[in-house]
Design a protein around this ligand. Structure first.
Ligand code: UGA
Length: 433
C-alpha cells in the first residue's frame, strides 16, 4: 500500500509521519521547493513535539517517508492520495478558499493510472469532496477511483498523540469499498470498533466543522460567563469545574481566557457561518460566538487600562505570544492582538516566549524581545500572562518582585494561585474571579 500526502503543513506532515510509523510507504508532496529540500535533509518546518524524532526515524532508518515537489512523480503506483493543503479564509466574505484543493484535484486527476482512493483530510466546507469527485470524474473512469472524507482532529502541541490515540476516526464515503480501504489504514492503531465512525461524505465534512465550532462555542460561552463572575464575585474556575462534573457537559474547553486563537477555530467558525449563509440557514448562535471572540482582546485591554492607568510612560511585560503552549504558531494569537492594542495606546511591550521564531519576531518588531522571562520583567509596570507555557508556572516571583517597577500581574490564563502571589506583594488580576 503506497500513500501520497499532498500538502506538508501541520496536518499533512504529521499524518505522513504517523502513517509511516504505522508501517506505510508514504510520499509527501508540496509545491514549496524550499520546504521540500529542507524536509529531504531532515529539517522540520514545524515546531511540534515528537515530529523531529519521527522524521529522523522514517527518513533515514526505515526510509518509509520521502518528499517531492511533483504530484506526478509521487502518484506512480499510488493507492491512496490524501489532500492536506490549506483552506484559509478569504478576507472579503469569510469563505474557505478552496483554490489549492481544486488545483491539486485537477493534478491528481491527470495522474491516476489505476484504482486510487482520493481523500480530503483538510477541513473543507460541505460539498467540497463531491466537487473534487466531479473534477476527477471529468478525466478518470468512475471504476478507477473513489473519494472519501476523512477529517483530522489533531491539536497543535499534541498532534502525534492525537493521531495515534484518536477519540474517533471519521470516514465519509458513498460506497463500502473505499470505506474499508481507509479504515484498514488505521488497523495498526488497534482501535476498538466503536472508534470508527462511518458515514456519508457530507456528514463527515460537517462533523469536522461542527466539532471545531462547538468547541469554540464552549470557549466563547465560558468567557462571557467569566465576565459575569467578575461582576458578582464568583470564581470561573469553580464554575467551570462544577459544570464539567456533569458528564453531558464535560470539563474540557471550559477554561476562560483571552479568547480562542490559532489557525483553525477562528477560520473554521467563519467558514461554517459562510456555508450556512450560502444555504439560507440561520446560524445566529455561531455568528455571536465569532463576534464575541473578535472583540474579546479589545475588551481585555479596556479592562486592563481601567484597572490600572497605564500610559505612554508604561512598559508591560507580556509572557507568551504563541496562540497556545507547545507550539511556535502565532497565527491569530490573542496574545499578539492584546500586545498590539496596548502598543497602539503607546504602552511599550517587553515580551518573552519560549518558542516564537526569529522571523515572527521580525514581523512584529514593535515589541522588545528578551531571552528570559526575568529579563523581560525588569523595570516593567505590570506582567500579563498571555499563553500558559508550563515554564511560567515555576517562575520565581520573589526574584521578579525585586526588579519590577510595579508588582502587578494580569493572569489571563488563570495559571497562578492568587493567594500565594498576593502574599509576595503582587496585585493580582485573573479572569473571571
Ligand atoms: C483545534 C481542535 O482542538 C482540533 O481538534 C482540530 O483538529 C484543530 O483545531 C484543527 O482543526 O486542525 P488547535 O487549533 O491546535 O486544535 O488548538 P486548541 O487546543 O483547540 O485551542 C484553540 C484555541 O482555544 C487556543 O487559542 C486555546 O488557548 C483556546 N482555548 C482552548 C481556550 O481559550 N480555552 C479552552 O478551554 C481551550
Amino acid at each position: 500500500m503506497k500513500l501520497v500526502i499532498v500538502g506538508t503543513g501541520y496536518v499533512g506532515l504529521v499524518s505522513g509521519l504517523c502513517f509511516s510509523e504505522l508501517g506505510f510507504e508514504t510520499i509527501c508532496v508540496d509545491r514549496d521547493a524550499a520546504r521540500i529540500n529542507e524536509l529531504k535533509k531532515g529539517v522540520c518546518p514545524i515546531f511540534e513535539p515528537g515530529v523531529n524524532e519521527l522524521l529522523e526515524k522514517h527518513l533515514n532508518n526505515t526510509k518509509l517517508i520521502s518528499f517531492t515537489t511533483s504530484i506526478k512523480e509521487a502518484m506512480k503506483n499510488s493507492d491512496i492520495v490524501f489532500i492536506t493543503v490549506g483552506t484559509p479564509t478569504r478576507r472579503i466574505n469569510n469563505e474557505a478558499d478552496l483554490t489549492s484543493i481544486m488545483e491539486v484535484a485537477k493534478e491528481i486527476a491527470e495522474n491516476i493510472n489505476s484504482y486510487c482512493v482520493v481523500v480530503t483530510k483538510s477541513t473543507v466546507p460541505p460539498g467540497t469532496t463531491n466537487d473534487v469527485k466531479n473534477i476527477i470524474k471529468s478525466k478518470v473512469l468512475s471504476e478507477n477511483f473513489d473519494v472519501v472524507s476523512n477529517p483530522e482532529f489533531l491539536k497543535e502541541g499534541s498532534a502525534i498523540n492525537d493521531f495515534m490515540q484518536p477519540d474517533r476516526v471519521v470516514i465519509g464515503a458513498d460506497s463500502e469499498k473505499p470505506k474499508t480501504i481507509i479504515k484498514n489504514l488505521y488497523k495498526n492503531l488497534n482501535l476498538k470498533e466503536n472508534y470508527f465512525f462511518l458515514t456519508t461524505i457530507e456528514s463527515s465534512e460537517i462533523i469536522k466543522y461542527a466539532s471545531n465550532s462547538f468547541l469554540a462555542t464552549k470557549i466563547a460561552f465560558i468567557n462571557q460567563v467569566s465576565d459575569l463572575c467578575e461582576k458578582v464575585g464568583a470564581n470561573i474556575q469553580d464554575v467551570s469545574r462544577g459544570m464539567g462534573l456533569d458528564k453531558r457537559i464535560g470539563a474540557k474547553f471550559l477554561e476562560a481566557g483571552p479568547g480562542y486563537g490559532g489557525s483553525c477555530f477562528p477560520k473554521d467558525v467563519k467558514a461554517f457561518i459562510n456555508s450556512a449563509k450560502k444555504n439560507d440557514v440561520n446560524f445566529s448562535i455561531l455568528e455571536t460566538v465569532d463576534l464575541s471572540n473578535e472583540i474579546r482582546p479589545k475588551e481585555i485591554v479596556e479592562k486592563i487600562i481601567n484597572l490600572q492607568p497605564f500610559d505612554s510612560s508604561s512598559t508591560i511585560c507580556l509572557l507568551g505570544l504563541t496562540f497556545k503552549p507547545n507550539t511556535n504558531d502565532i497565527r491569530d494569537s490573542t496574545s499578539i492582538k492584546i500586545a498590539k492594542l496596548l502598543n497602539e495606546k503607546k504602552i511599550k511591550i517587553n515580551c518573552y516566549d519560549p518558542a516564537i521564531s526569529k522571523s515572527d519576531k521580525l514581523k512584529n518588531n514593535q515589541f522588545n524581545y528578551f531571552e528570559s522571562p526575568y529579563e523581560a520583567c525588569n523595570n516593567v509596570n505590570a506582567i500579563i500572562v498571555g499563553t500558559e507555557w508550563k515554564e511560567f508556572l515555576s517562575l520565581d516571583f520573589a526574584k521578579i518582585k525585586k526588579s519590577i517597577n510595579e508588582p502587578i500581574i494580569f493572569d489571563l490564563r488563570n495559571i497562578y494561585n492568587q493567594i500565594e502571589i498576593e502574599k509576595l506583594g503582587f496585585v493580582y488580576y485573573g479572569i473571571g474571579k
